[in-house]
Design a protein around this ligand. Structure first.
Ligand SMILES: [Zn+2]
Length: 267
């Protein structure tokens, strides 16, 4: 019969790992994802199990698709790299005007003509971006999985106000829209993706994203109100939904909105 004392000696000692201490510093717009008190400061975190760079960054609230470059101890790191105690992690966002390729950029190369897929809550933003001439898929029926699949397979940038949507590991192109005001959102997108030089108003259908093409007035005369047909000769039609558009009194308001977006984007 083992004595009480020998039983105690036979029990293996429970090993308590010492925590790994890692510090983080986030730059520029990545601070938008942090609580106010943590912005622009050194953030210290302790872990019992070494996390990957991606998991550690996302646990702090920053979607990986917003990150262009991570330095660990001054050296470029991958998202999969495991952190070690004492590591200093410096994280940079995607800049439009800075070439990070030589440093080990983690975000995919910028698209020549960026295309977008917007989540269900960004209907007004989608329409404004289409009015500015950009290719934006949007449907109220898209599930989260569909949004991610479209983004990956069609190389479209996923636009969302829900940062959790951007944490899907397979996603490589995404942007968390900061503002809640559609005009300001559109200006934000123009600035973030450096698109002001690519604006091409009235070339895309705001309703369905189809391309607009000029049509001969005689071919569509039956669909034009007689009072309009009497004074206007220029008409465009959506190649997808066949909706007809022309310059009228209502387009002054749209024009003013687009002017405001461009002004906001430039400011
Ligand atoms: Zn259309």
């Amino acid at each position: 019969m083992p004595t009480r004392g020998s039983s105690h000696r036979d029990t293996p000692e429970r090993h308590v790992p010492s925590p790994l201490s890692v510090s983080f510093r986030f730059y520029a717009q990545l601070n938008d994802f942090l609580p106010i008190e943590a912005r622009g400061t050194l953030i210290e975190r302790a872990y019992l199990v070494a996390p990957s760079v991606k998991d550690a960054i996302e646990a702090l609230g920053i979607p990986h698709v917003e990150v262009a470059l991570v330095l660990v101890g001054g050296r470029p790191a991958t998202f999969e790299q495991r952190l070690a105690s004492g590591d200093r992690v410096v994280v940079y966002p995607v800049f439009t005007s800075l070439e990070l390729g030589a440093l080990g950029c983690l975000s995919p190369p910028a698209l020549c003509a960026p295309r977008f897929v917007a989540d269900v809550h960004l209907r007004k933003l989608s329409r404004l971006l289409r009015l500015l001439g950009f290719d934006v898929l949007h449907a109220p029926t898209y599930s989260n999985q569909e949004l991610v699949a479209i983004s990956i397979h069609e190389e479209r940038i996923l636009l969302t106000r829900d940062r959790m949507r951007l944490k899907c590991g397979r996603l490589t192109r995404g942007y968390w829209v900061r503002s809640v005001i559609p005009r300001v959102q559109a200006a934000e997108i123009l600035r973030r993706f450096d698109l002001t030089g690519r604006v091409s108003p009235y070339t895309r259908c705001p309703r369905c994203n189809g391309v607009l093409r000029r049509v001969d007035k005689r071919d569509v005369i039956a669909r034009i109100p007689p009072k309009t047909a009497a004074w206007l000769d220029d008409y465009v039609e959506c190649v997808s939904c066949r909706r007809l558009y022309w310059q009228g009194t209502h387009t002054r308001r749209i024009h003013a909105t687009l002017e405001e977006i461009l002004r906001l984007a430039g400011g």
